[in-house]
Design a protein around this ligand. Structure first.
Ligand code: AKG
Length: 277
């Protein structure tokens, strides 16, 4: 299912692309299903929108659709995803979240962040499975990743640029840091851990959506997770509650050491309520 080379790439970088994990027919089924959910009004209120013309007003992301939609639940627990996760993290994970992003033409992206900032998994970390439903490239706002961030601690957050991002929080990166665009074909799945700094820029296409289905998982050793992500599911579909994580700990800030930017845990999280990712 997943080669030793891919596992090795994940271990070195904290992320890896598994191409063609889902078929074109399956992708088409997901697109039809989620467009139908949108047409029925699912997802309203999940976004702060700028004004009536904001494309995200008509196509808000869906948060936790697996809690009421069996297609989302089945995808989250699909054995191909589970097998990849097990190979990458070396143990059976718990599943905690699904999200569906429509990212219609002209919509904003999501500012750079680390998932562990929101999920607060202890011990261990979280993992994302990010599946492309459309071809995702720079024009329609594909995911962007900061190389070398896969082992960083949780960084302090600052205010994001809301003209480019629908989410309000972002992390700082050293001056000159370049992000790498993750270009994916429909059915490809990107796996990445909770430290990897990632996000996306606006969809600059006038016609193309950038739809993606996203699952979040926590390593099976986890005992706590942020409240918003409880309950979690074992891979056999049984449900458990982990303890809720506490907020307000230390966070990392960049400092210059002999000309090289390094992270020191010199910051303290001020806000206590980062619930929605
Ligand atoms: O798909 C995007 O644009 C951002 C998704 C993301 O940041 C996430 O899944 O954590």
């Amino acid at each position: 299912m997943i080669s030793a080379d891919l596992v090795n790439h994940y271990q070195q970088n904290g992320f890896v692309i598994v191409s063609g994990l889902f078929s074109d027919e399956e992708v088409q089924m997901y697109i039809e299903h989620y467009m139908a959910l949108n047409a029925q009004g699912y997802g309203e209120g999940q976004h702060t929108v700028q004004d009536e013309t904001d494309p995200l007003k008509k196509y808000p992301r869906l948060m936790h659709p697996h809690r009421h939609d069996s297609i989302s639940m089945d995808w989250m627990l699909d054995k191909r995803i589970v097998e990849c996760l097990e190979a990458l993290i070396g143990e059976e994970p718990y599943a905690t979240q699904t999200m569906m992003y429509y990212k219609p033409p002209g919509s904003r992206g999501q500012a750079l962040h680390q998932d562990q900032f929101y999920l607060r998994v202890q011990p261990g970390t979280c993992m994302a499975a990010w599946m492309a439903l459309d071809r995702c490239d720079e024009e329609n706002g594909c995911l962007q990743i900061v190389p070398g961030s896969g082992n960083l601690p949780v960084l302090c957050s600052v205010q994001a640029d809301l003209t480019k991002s629908f989410s309000a929080d972002t992390v700082q990166v050293p001056e000159g840091t370049e992000t790498v665009p993750i270009v994916l074909e429909p059915g490809d799945v990107l796996f990445f851990n909770g430290s990897v700094i990632h996000g996306s820029f606006p969809n600059t296409s006038e016609t193309r959506f950038r739809r993606s289905l996203i699952g979040h998982y926590v390593s099976g050793e986890a005992q706590t997770v942020a409240k918003w992500y409880n309950p979690v599911w074992r891979m056999d579909g049984t449900k458990i509650d982990l303890e809720n994580s506490k907020w307000g700990g230390s966070c990392g800030v960049w400092v210059n050491k002999d000309g090289t930017p390094v992270v020191e845990m010199a910051g303290v999280e001020m806000r206590q309520n980062y619930e929605i990712h």
